[in-house]
Write a protein that binds this ligand. Structure first.
Ligand code: IPM
Ligand code: MN
Length: 366
């Protein structure tokens, strides 16, 4: 298979972690006989500095000419006081909208050896395994009118039936490949958009008799995520609620640096990025955890390229390195060996090599 990937390293630790993910993808390409071409382009604060635009036209063109996008992180204190159209985050919002990346998929899965870092009791956090499906191109983030004056400010919450349908369908499809439970989160006791949301979920569920559906109000969902996170399988929710709840969920497993995400369009094109931010305090020090970026690359292999075995190989390699006792500083605890970003990446590649060789030997006996 031959694919072109645009890499948008962005700010802070973004360049270090995407560099690691690219190395892992190159290793996969070599072993499994694929060709991946990589283009690099600017987004976020670095693009503001260079081009006075957080999403320059040439970046859009590079992405348009590619099969998938791998993004590091955007943002940093340097740009905090810039006007909103020049803020790094605007680059991310614009790219989501430009490419119609309406489905944001954020898996949150407990890794047993890391649970002692969870802010929750281990017995509550253990075995958590959920996927948050967040609507990403509508709602309060993009609704018009949006304006500000001295005396007042306006944001608008609008959803069309079509926008709700497509994200809900996506979530049903994911739920049927998992434990078959879908929790739709809204504020239907107050918001009109949520009433429409609930109605659409009720309609769509007829097409998915194999999926059990529940509705939950966002405030009680926020509580339940902390008291009983194992109760969730797939969550579907609108843009703003999804932003807040996914940050809440991301810390449950005690391993924010591990978490990947995908933002995809209906034809499978997507943008893949780690959930963690730009972490300017440790940028450039070869300390960042590259796992979130590497596991995002695995999501790319699966969702955009349909390369399932390759995706599993990457995921198993990362878990293998952790099981061998290696970790980056964010995951440090007794008995673990802290390694740098680059060393961690090398270990993942060695692990991939080992998996590949042992599979090969197995086949040669058959
Ligand atoms: C996220 C981030 C973004 C969002 C910001 C950086 C615009 O928080 O991806 O969750 O709010 O969507
Ligand atoms: Mn967020």
């Amino acid at each position: 298979m031959e694919k072109t990937i645009t890499v948008l390293p962005g700010d802070g630790i973004g360049p270090e972690v995407t560099k690691g993910a690219v190395k892992v993808l190159q290793s996969i390409a070599m072993r499994y006989g694929h060709t991946f071409h990589f283009n690099h382009a600017a987004i976020g604060g670095i693009a503001v500095d260079k081009h006075e635009n957080p999403l320059p036209q040439e970046t859009i063109e590079a992405c348009e000419a590619s099969d998938a996008i791998l993004l590091g992180a955007v943002g940093g204190t340097k740009w905090d006081q810039y006007p909103s159209h020049m803020r790094p985050e605007k680059g991310l919002l614009n790219i989501r909208k430009h490419f119609d990346l309406f489905a944001n998929i954020r898996p949150v899965k407990a890794i047993p050896s890391l649970l002692s870092s969870s802010p929750l009791k281990e017995e509550v956090a253990k075995e958590v395994d959920m996927v948050i499906v967040r609507e990403l191109t509508s709602g309060l983030y993009f609704g018009e009118p949006k304006r500000r004056s001295e005396k007042s400010a306006v944001d608008t919450l609008v959803y069309t039936r079509k926008e709700i349908e497509r994200i809900v369908n996506q979530a049903f499809e994911i739920a049927r490949t998992r434990r078959g439970k879908l929790t739709s989160i809204d504020k239907a006791n107050v918001l009109e958009t949520s009433k429409l949301w609930r109605e659409v979920v009720e309609e769509r569920k007829n097409a998915y008799p194999d999926v059990e559906v529940e509705h939950m109000l966002v405030d009680s969902a926020a509580m339940k995520l902390i008291t009983d996170p194992r109760a969730f399988d797939v969550i579907v929710t609108e843009n703003m609620f999804g932003d807040i709840l996914s940050d809440e969920a991301s810390v449950i497993t005690g391993s924010l640096g591990m978490l990947p995400s995908a933002s995809i369009r209906s034809d499978g094109f997507g943008l893949y990025e780690p959930v963690h931010g730009s972490a300017p305090d440790i940028a450039g020090q070869n300390k960042a955890n590259p796992s979130g970026a590497i596991l995002s690359a695995a999501m790319m292999l699966r969702h955009s390229f349909g390369l399932h075995s390759e995706a599993v190989a990457v995921e198993e390699a990362v878990m293998g390195v952790l099981e061998d006792g290696y970790c980056t500083g964010d995951l440090f605890r007794k008995g673990k060996r802290v390694v740098s970003t680059d060393e961690f990446v090398t270990k993942v590649i060695e692990e991939l090599e080992r998996e590949f060789v042992s599979e090969h030997i197995m086949y040669s006996y058959v």
